[in-house]
Design a protein around this ligand. Sequence first.
Ligand code: FRU
Length: 497
Amino acid sequence: YTEEELYRPKFHFTPKQNWMNDPNGMFYLNGNYHLFFQHYPDSAVWGPMHWGHAISTDLVAWKEQPIALYPDEKGYIFSGSAVVDINNTSGFSSGSEKPVIAMFTYHDPKLEKEGKIDYQSQGIAYSLDEGITWAKYLGNPVIKNPGIKDFRDPKISWDTIHNQWVLVLAAGDKSMFYSSKNLKDWKYLSNFGKDIGAHGGVWECPDFFPMTVDGTNEIKWVLIQSIVSGGPNGGTGTQYFVGDFNGKSFILDPFFKKDLVNENVFWIDYGRDNYAGVTWSNMPEKDGRKLFLGWMSNWEYAEKVPTNKWRSSMTIVRELKLVKNDDHYRITSQPVKEINNYISKSIKKGDFNVEGETVLITKPELDFSSLDIHFKIKDLQKDIYTFSFFNAVGDSLKFGVNNKEKFFFLDRMKSGNISFSDKFAPIISIAPIKEELKNIDIRVLLDKTSIEIFYNNGKTVMTELFFPKKPIEAFSAKSENFNIEFEGMTINQLKFD
Ligand code: FRU
């Protein structure tokens, strides 16, 4: 097999060539979903950052575009966001075009080399052709460095509640909030997070937006905050907070605060490969979804994963929801529904029981390079339920539910090539189970080199990479002491060519 055949994902975005990290500047306009990304076009490892660009009309199939932003004398173009300035508050448009404004971090490598700490500031660029070509603003930087070493990743949104542009950026051990009327002049508002949440590394790539609590009219503000180390299973991870925003300060919801005191941190994803994720701006009001996508890697080994032509992919686009049960607010994630347009064949099984280790599906009935599997298990025992994707050369990717010790798990320790980094698969990954589980709902998206598992309608998510030596060929289920009682299973073959 060539690297391309074995490892290029079927339905997860990868750059044609070379390095990619964080998603940047996602916005929707006139039928197109835009995705920009941290990109080094000259090598398969991190280097002077550009913004690469891709467009999709359905959030699943992406077409890479020419590079949108190049580094310049002010520095590399680090992560940031983009908004559509419908009312031309910025004044960048003199005709009828709606300006798109991107804000990014200028990272000045010269100042960094000189040992200065003020080498990160925020700049803007604008596009008058819907995000294809960009001009940098001559008045950059629009937010100067205030003497903070890590000062980056601005995320802007239009705050319809307080009629202002609101911006959040990451500043080492906290998030900082700013507001503006014209996207050029920014006023510092407040900061959040010094003494709360996970602090195993610097904060990066925040996002901040209001959400309606699912099924109600209640509005809460959500702060998403990635963290470079100290993630749930090692390395990078993304936490979130739920609270209120009065136009100036973010204040944790009292119930959420109580949960946070008890549990310390809430993660968007408990797997190791979903980082720096943020949401789309300018979604049509009648759509109303909060769409999220992350970089499907982890800084602990991202530069070493065994692909050389390109390096890194993105997660599937996910719809976030804010749910509330007994005063507990939680974010859930689910794959976007557009993925259903790619089903080429669907196998439905009714209720069935299996004992011991049982192979459920195999090649050639299905092609394991792109599957969407959905099943439920009822009458869960205090037992271990293990599901496994495997091939004939001994690679197996295992996941499941340990209902004795109360955790979900994902085990890639024998999933193929893991030797490229001793950080890649030293132990299994787990996500705590905090409630009594009688039944469980499991949805799995499988691509050639990634698995995304959504437990209980996306209440707990685990996303990880794996690099089998040969393609996966079969799927099995196993429990130690009890029958597994399946309450239906749907296996969707996805097709993308
Ligand atoms: C997160 C990050 C950002 C930064 C970018 C640089 O992965 O470190 O904080 O802007 O990557 O590529």
